[in-house]
Design a protein. Structure first.
Length: 231
């Protein structure tokens, strides 16, 4: 299977975890989109679920496929969230945020009993950091926030670039109206410590490091889907 087929296989495997009556968090991104399409087919066939989207794009796609939607105000506790990841390691630590939805993704995932990650085999790494780490920050004082993040990086023994994410030449805005700084670190030996230090900085909203949130990873490979379960 090629990469896209691996993503789709992992997404289809996640359907086995969805039961009638569940409240389901829907992730954002190309792999999550495969799951949304597959879940839509199940709903069309009679599956009774309610879903909470993690972005406007996910909401629009779920609506297109006829998936009934709700929100965390009406249903603050979800049964499961199915989402992709930019990277994951054997400790079930993730890097997310390539699509810019990391804040809402983390809120929804931590409101769920289980988080199931679906990914192709290229996303599995020995050490996080190959993919840029997204940090969501408020627009006020972005440069000041950036140099404080650089200081936190030094404390954790990492270095690299800090770039303001742009889209079509303009600063990228998240669905919450915030900016994103992309950290090109190469390696993150202590993800939890780095995330906590960065989040302690005024102006930082959230980081794309997910620790102690995901419990199941479904990884599409050339030979089928491999399942990882956290002990």
């Amino acid at each position: 299977m090629n990469t896209e087929e691996q993503k789709k296989a992992a997404a289809l495997a996640a359907l086995d975890y969805i039961k009638p009556g569940m409240k389901v968090g829907l992730g954002t991104g190309s792999t999550a989109n495969h799951f949304i399409a597959a879940l839509g087919e199940k709903v069309k066939a009679g599956l009774d679920v309610l879903a909470v989207p993690t972005s406007r794009s996910t909401r629009d796609l779920a609506t297109k496929f006829g998936i009934p939607l709700t929100d965390l105000e009406k249903h603050p506790f979800l049964d499961i969230t199915v989402d992709g990841a930019d990277e994951f390691n054997e400790k079930f630590e993730l890097v997310k945020g390539g699509g810019g939805a990391l804040l809402l993704e983390k809120i929804v995932a931590t409101s769920s009993r289980y988080m199931v990650v679906i990914a192709d085999e290229s996303k599995k790494v020995s050490t996080l950091g190959r993919f840029p780490l997204a940090v969501e920050v408020i627009p006020f004082g972005v440069r000041a926030t950036a140099w404080k993040i650089e200081r936190a990086m030094k404390i954790c023994g990492v270095s690299g670039s800090i770039d303001l994410r742009r889209k079509e030449g303009k600063p990228f805005k998240t669905d919450s109206g915030n900016a994103i700084l992309d950290l090109g670190l190469g390696s993150i030996p202590h993800p939890a410590r780095l995330s906590e230090l960065i989040k302690s900085i005024p102006g930082v909203v959230e980081t794309g490091i997910f620790v102690d949130i995901c419990g199941i990873i479904l990884m599409g490979t050339k030979d089928g889907v491999k399942t990882f379960r956290k002990a």
